[in-house]
Design a protein around this ligand. Structure first.
Ligand code: ADP
Ligand code: MG
Length: 444
């Protein structure tokens, strides 16, 4: 098996670990590891020497279990240090093909193109205007604003535009960042008192793409800087492309002048795909992933993955890993056995979240919309703490996914809310009993 496949599988393990461990734990202990060998009975993972003893003592069981879940079969887990790994692979040393920095590699994702973007009713307009911009940057449709729910192909289209422009204009300066990266970079440049370096970088471009631009809403200095970046590029007749998880008018706490600039060029939304389009997309993805999908398996996937196309990637990885390891063919029964937990968990979480919102609105006399809003009155805030705590206790959702349910940008609010409820439980035994009882009810 190839390094790339190992990486894919390990990536999936990381995703899964993120649900149970905090981001710092994952990046400190798990991300430095990699799979070096995999066969149907054992998996060998390497990690830095100085981390090995601790991981073995602290995380071995959980790690093994996560591998079993991802691979859909029990395997022996062997941890080796990087030195030991070097000895193991001394014969075949053809890794590290290029000297490209990993950050750059990730940014330049040649796999997302117009060619492998499947078009249907729900994404037709977004695809067409993206292609038009790719063919004629800064001539029509400036800025281009794409929006739609998570996992519907916005980032794919942004990369398709980049790849297309790169081909026609190899000399163009193109920059892709997320709203979060833009924010962090700006803050860092201010802290280091180097705002000019930041400005030089962002105002000296032919094409600027900012993904998940909604992230900058509510942050005054970031919106201010972005406004000037936007105006400078726009006046120089440079192409600006933005993607967001919602329409400009629905982005809370967005400055009016930014709102009006977002609306100035071309706006296109992406809606969830119908079943026919889902099947076409999944068929295409299966080819990319080298998985042979029979019609009945394809149908099964299309029935179970409905709102977030990204889930197809996880599903295919799981199927691929399973077939590679066991040598079994990917028939419908095999696919069901491998994926049913994966789908069931997702569905189950959705139902529980609904029930929690219902319980919170009754208990605190507020609406579900209030809970998800940014309003701050006492009842609403309590209902929010209560809901976040219960969701964390009873579902597999990561802190970040929970934050998203409440339209929060990162997990810190969730952590604060959980802390709040924990303290209240300690202080008030009656409240503690009530919460514990609710958790039990929700779990059944
Ligand atoms: P978003 O940025 O909207 O959250 P992404 O662009 O990351 O979504 O897409 C999620 C996954 O779904 C990616 O693997 C992407 O390639 C795939 N995808 C979504 N729509 C399509 C499509 N129409 N054709 C092919 N792949 C698609
Ligand atoms: Mg995206």
């Amino acid at each position: 098996m190839e390094q790339n496949e190992y990486k894919q599988i390990y990536g999936f393990v990381i995703d899964s670990l993120k649900k149970n461990y905090s981001a710092p734990t994952v990046s400190l202990w798990f991300e430095p590891m990699k799979i070096v060998k995999l066969n149907n009975s054992s998996i060998t993972v390497s990690l830095p020497q100085n981390r090995k003893a601790f991981v073995e003592a602290q995380y071995y069981q959980q790690l093994k279990q996560t591998f079993a879940e991802v691979l859909g079969t029990e395997v022996e887990l062997v941890l080796v240090s990087e030195e030991e790994e070097a000895e193991m692979i001394s014969e075949t040393q053809n890794e590290n093909v290029s000297g490209i920095k990993s950050e750059y590699k990730m940014r330049y994702n040649p796999e997302y193109t117009f060619k492998n973007f499947v078009v249907g009713k729900s994404n037709q307009l977004a695809q067409a205007v993206s292609l038009a911009v790719a063919n004629h940057p800064a001539e029509l449709n400036n800025p281009l604003f794409l929006y739609g729910n998570s996992g519907l192909g916005k980032t794919h289209l942004l990369f398709a535009i980049i790849n297309h422009i790169r081909e026609n204009h190899p000399d163009y300066k193109i920059l892709y960042v997320t709203g979060e990266e833009f924010t962090n970079e700006l803050i860092e440049s201010l802290a280091q008192k180097k705002p000019m370096t930041f400005r030089e970088k962002y105002r000296n471009l032919d094409v600027l793409l900012i993904d998940d631009i909604q992230f900058i809403a509510g942050k005054m200095s970031v919106q201010e800087e972005f406004f000037h970046t936007f105006d400078t590029l726009f006046k120089l007749n440079k192409q600006i492309i933005l993607a967001s998880d919602r329409a400009p008018s629905l982005i809370n706490n967005l400055e009016e002048r930014l709102h009006s600039r977002f609306m100035m060029g071309m706006i296109a939304d992406i809606q969830p795909p119908d079943k026919e389009l889902r099947m076409a997309i999944f068929r295409r993805k299966a080819i990319d992933y080298g998985v042979d999908l029979k019609m009945d398996v394809l149908l099964y996937l299309a029935e179970n993955i409905t709102t977030n196309i990204r889930q197809i990637e996880g599903s295919l990885k799981k199927l691929k890993a399973h077939t590679l390891i066991t040598g079994e063919e990917c028939t419908l029964p095999v696919a069901k056995a491998v994926l049913s937990d994966f789908f069931a968990t997702a569905k189950n979480d959705e139902t529980i979240v609904d029930r929690i919102f219902e319980s919170a609105s009754k208990r605190y006399g507020v609406t579900k919309e209030d809970i998800k809003s940014t309003k701050r009155n006492a009842e609403i805030a309590m209902a929010r703490h209560y809901s976040m705590f219960l969701i964390r206790q009873t579902t597999n959702l990561s802190l970040n996914s929970i934050a998203k349910l409440f339209n929060k940008k990162d997990h810190s609010t969730v952590i604060n809310s959980i802390g709040f409820i924990e303290r209240k439980m300690k202080a008030e035994p009656a409240f503690e009993r009530e919460i514990e009882q609710t958790v039990q009810e929700l779990k059944n």
